[in-house]
Design a protein around this ligand. Structure first.
Ligand SMILES: [Zn+2]
Length: 330
């Protein structure tokens, strides 16, 4: 799967460069570790257009946590060096039809709690970065049909699916009213994402996607970065919180539950640690150490917290080259 993704990433290289020439904006997102919150799929954006997705238990991150701040600053500097603006989606998720069962388990299936956490992260970005980049935008994802709701700066909630038949220029104009301080370059990218979701969610609604498909079906646990994973195949926990270990234990418990309830579609349970690097052999070697460190740590945590499941998991460490998205087992 990883090799296929790298091929796809490289195939899309020219498209991506062309896109960045027309829209010089780096896009990133913060989301729950939940496999159903894969932002590129939800926005119908082609593979690789979302450059970073920071994923944690319940999507809760803290710019005060050193590892998260470093990762955001690294991404932000990369955008600046390339004369690009940056946009970060701060997402929360819920189920419009059955939140008590299909909502965010990290927030005890409580949509209000999930939203409050996203707003807190948004405010933290505003406090730290102010009028500079990145532009944070809060979005709610109703996982039933993967519909995005954009929270604008004036407190309105915009249903992306309402734009399905609108040209992008009209969407930009409409969004501009709710984001008065957002540069046009970023507004245009936000409009593309909104339009992408409108098309994506309309397709799922038209096909009357059954509620069972909106259920959890993950069979893998990725500790670190999981950019290459398919939607609803992996729970992804990044090292961006101070209670990273606790989150790994909770994630393993949730994955175990998928196997107990027969929702893993016949796959074997896998734990893959994954660290990223860019540009140099020393960076690659550092990432290998990081991936092995994550793997050892995850094994210890899971052996303690979910001992029976720990014995069933197949363990691998891997590194991912950000320049070509190639995943290498190490
Ligand atoms: Zn969640």
């Amino acid at each position: 799967m990883a090799a296929r993704h790298s091929e796809q990433f490289l195939r899309e290289q020219l498209n991506r460069q062309d896109f960045l020439r027309k829209h010089p904006v780096q896009i990133a997102g913060i989301s729950c570790m939940d496999g159903r919150t894969k932002l590129s799929a939800i926005f119908g954006l082609r593979f690789g257009f979302i450059r970073r997705q920071w994923r944690t238990l319940a999507g809760v991150v803290d710019l005060g946590a050193p590892r998260f701040r470093a990762s955001v600053d690294n991404w932000r500097s990369y955008a600046k060096q390339n004369d690009q603006d940056s946009l970060v989606f701060v997402s929360y998720h819920y189920s419009g039809r059955n939140d008590a069962q299909l909502g965010c388990r990290g927030h005890h299936h409580n949509k209000d709690r999930a939203l409050a956490a996203a707003l807190k992260i948004y405010e933290q970005f505003v406090r730290v970065y102010g009028e500079t980049m990145p532009c944070p935008v809060v979005i709610g994802i109703d996982t039933d049909f993967e519909t995005v709701y954009v929270h604008d700066q004036k407190g309105s909630i915009i249903d992306a699916s309402s734009f399905v038949n609108q040209p992008e220029a009209d969407i930009v104009e409409c969004l501009a009213g709710g984001f008065p301080s957002m540069p046009k370059t970023v507004l245009e990218v936000l409009a593309l994402a909104v339009k992408g979701n409108a098309v994506h969610t309309s397709g799922l609604k038209a096909a009357k996607r059954p509620i069972e498909e909106a259920q959890h079906h993950e069979y893998a646990l990725v500790v670190g970065e999981g950019m290459w994973t398919e939607p609803n195949s992996a729970i992804v926990v990044g090292p961006y919180t101070l209670d990273f270990g606790e989150s790994i234990g909770v994630a393993a418990g949730l994955l175990s539950d998928n196997f107990d309830k027969g929702r893993a579609n016949g796959n074997d349970p896998v734990l893959l640690s994954c660290a990223v690097f860019r540009d140099s052999e020393i960076a690659r070697r550092g990432a290998i150490e990081e991936a092995r460190c994550f793997l050892d740590y995850s094994q210890q945590v899971i052996a303690k917290q979910v001992p029976d499941f720990a014995k069933r998991l197949i363990y691998h460490a891997s590194v991912l080259d950000l320049n070509n998205r190639l995943v290498e087992l190490v």
